[in-house]
Write a protein of this length. Structure first.
Length: 133
């Protein structure tokens, strides 16, 4: 694996999407090599984690701005679709604690009988991750 300096890593990270795969391509190393590098360099892993969180913040801002500020007067039909999609994304991702969850429904036949199967993504206690003991 080529020598990755801190400056080289930071420069590649700055222009990247914040994924290991993008970084490995920018730095001309394998995905496995990048994973090993990050494992050996927790400081660089923290920088990558921060970049990913920054990207999530940007995406959230874009979704909320579409929900609140899309110009209805110029394109009312498009605006309604954009706002509906933004609202749907917000409810699916941030509204879980209020019962907004993704469901997958399927009907299957078992021994000649139709059975409806509903798979619902749920997390214990709203959005909080489970407590590890």
């Amino acid at each position: 694996m080529a020598k990755i300096t801190v400056d080289l890593f930071k420069k590649a990270l700055e222009g990247s999407t914040g994924t290991q795969r993008d970084l490995s391509r920018r730095l001309h190393v394998t995905d496995g090599g990048m994973a090993q590098y990050l494992q050996r360099n927790p400081r660089m892993q923290k920088l990558l984690d921060k970049k990913r969180l920054d990207n999530i913040d940007k995406a959230e801002h874009e979704i909320f701005s579409q929900l609140e500020f899309f110009d209805y007067e110029k394109e009312p039909a498009t605006a309604a679709k954009v706002r509906a999609k933004a609202a749907e994304l917000i409810l699916k991702s941030l509204g879980k604690s209020k019962g907004w969850v993704e469901k997958t429904e399927s009907e299957v036949e078992h021994k000649g009988e139709q059975i409806k199967v509903i798979i619902e993504e749920k997390k214990p206690d709203g959005d909080k991750p489970p407590i590890k003991s």
